[in-house]
Ligand binder design. Structure first.
Ligand code: NAG
Length: 443
């Protein structure tokens, strides 16, 4: 009887609707952390836990000799701190993964208590691209019992869902940025859900704060996507779309400027190895993008906005030089390789300070953006979904207006200061190495 019950429990767990999961992960490039010690891993895990992130997605390139040691440290740290990890096999960075190496890595690491198993049994596995290797996965799944959620965004979702006999248990989209000078929409997410829903397969939705890359050594990667107004909007879209899982792009991809983790000098080697015209992540903190994650993640998981937001606060993000200040570095707005119309980068991004305030209500609230000591009045252009006067995030922006210097954003109610966002690199009309840094700071 006991045995039978155990067997029944295992069966019913395996068929638990994945919709119950709702976990939030952040994509971590293992190739950027060959110098990490155990305490570096633990520091990053604690920062992620403080933001209510459930785990890291470990992006691993097929030929990276640093993987083995890094993965041992990562699982050691995650086991210690009761954090969650899973693999994303990268099929583009250094070519396709040989299936036997995928199986060996899963057999080694999936037994760790920290390896993510949404039903308690099957190890969650993702990819960065690799639809041409889809036929490898029936055998990999047979050997590892993987719950397989690849990112095959280079092919349409309706094709990805049926690849290799429908081997995917769900799909992850890498479409986290808008095309052109537009606000992000959920059209891409809805196409994924429409392809997945008939087969009750899971959707993992991407969320990113920014995108800029200029790495001549990486095949001349050099483009920008619009990050203005993106972060808060995208989290609203997560609350609306209610995907099964969310993946933040990324924790530490400095080369594409969408990191939300801390900037450590020991992770910035790629700027010299790829011959970047300027190290566009050094000194460019993105810590502000983590600030409201506990709120956003709570709203996603509970499906409701709390009556009180907890601690009210403000964050701000901005680029550190006006677009006309110096040469653009050959960066394009958009990328023709993705079938997009390329435009000048300054047509995609505004020379403005963007801010977001987490408030119980905006009643009696004023915003001031100070640049180099010059106080500029702000306002809100986006209010919580339930309307002005309700709890949630309020956002707005103020143009640089030719001012340079340190940036301080202050939010007050009835003349009494609630919070400030400050301490990021200031705005300057001079560019390091006389080339634009299209990355932003977030404080
Ligand atoms: C993006 O949305 C905000 C808030 O609704 C709006 O003020 C802004 O004009 C929009 N930007 C673009 C480029 O559509």
């Amino acid at each position: 009887m006991k045995l039978l019950l155990t067997a029944l429990t295992a069966v019913s767990l395996a068929f638990l609707p994945v919709q119950a999961a709702k976990e939030v992960f952040a994509h971590l490039i293992v190739g950027n952390v060959p110098e990490f010690t155990l305490s570096d891993w633990e520091d990053d895990i604690r920062l992620a836990q403080a933001s209510k992130i459930d785990g890291f997605v470990l992006n691993i390139a097929a030929q990276d000799p640093s993987n083995a040691a890094s993965l041992d440290l990562a699982f050691h740290a995650a086991n210690n701190l009761k954090f969650t990890l899973f693999f994303s096999f990268d099929y583009l960075a250094q070519g396709a993964w040989p299936p036997d190496r995928v199986i060996a890595l899963l057999q080694k690491h999936a037994p760790n208590p920290s390896y993510f198993k949404p039903d308690g049994t099957r190890p969650f596995v993702s990819t960065f691209e690799g639809p041409a290797s889809a036929a490898d996965w029936p055998a990999i799944k047979a050997a590892t019992n993987a719950f397989f959620i690849p990112d095959w965004s280079s092919i349409p979702a309706r094709d990805a869902v049926s690849r290799a006999g429908g081997v995917a248990d769900g799909l992850f989209s890498f479409g986290a940025w808008p095309d052109g000078a537009r606000n992000m929409t959920t059209d891409g997410d809805k196409a994924f859900q429409a392809a997945l829903a008939p087969q009750k397969k899971a959707y993992m939705m991407p969320v990113a704060p920014w995108f800029f890359t200029n790495l001549p050594g990486f095949g001349g990667k050099n483009w920008l996507w619009r990050g203005d107004e993106l972060w808060d909007l995208r989290w609203r879209q997560v609350a609306e779309v209610q995907p099964d899982f969310v993946e933040i792009l990324t924790w530490n991809d400095y080369g594409e400027s969408h990191y939300v983790g801390p900037v450590r000098e020991k992770e910035l080697g790629l700027f010299s190895s790829a011959g970047a015209p300027v190290n566009y992540a050094r000194g460019m903190s993105h810590d502000g993008w983590r600030r409201f994650l506990p709120f956003y993640i709570g709203v996603y998981k509970t499906g409701a906005v709390p009556e009180r937001v907890g601690e009210e606060g403000v964050m701000a993000y901005y680029r550190t030089a006006p677009a006309p200040a110096c040469p653009g570095g050959g960066t394009t707005g958009n990328n023709g390789d993705f079938g997009q119309a390329e435009v000048k980068p300054e047509e995609l991004v505004e020379d403005s300070v963007f801010y977001a305030a987490l408030l119980d209500t905006d009643k009696g609230v004023t915003v001031t953006v100070s640049i180099g000591g010059k106080a500029l009045p702000g306002g809100f252009n986006r209010v919580p979904a339930a309307g002005a006067g309700t709890p949630g995030v309020y956002t707005g922006s103020v143009p640089f207006g030719g001012h340079t210097g340190d940036v301080v954003v202050t939010v007050s109610r009835d003349g009494k200061m609630i919070a400030t966002a400050e301490g990021g690199k200031g705005i300057s009309a001079k560019c390091e190495n006389n080339v634009q840094n299209w990355n932003a700071v977030a404080v």
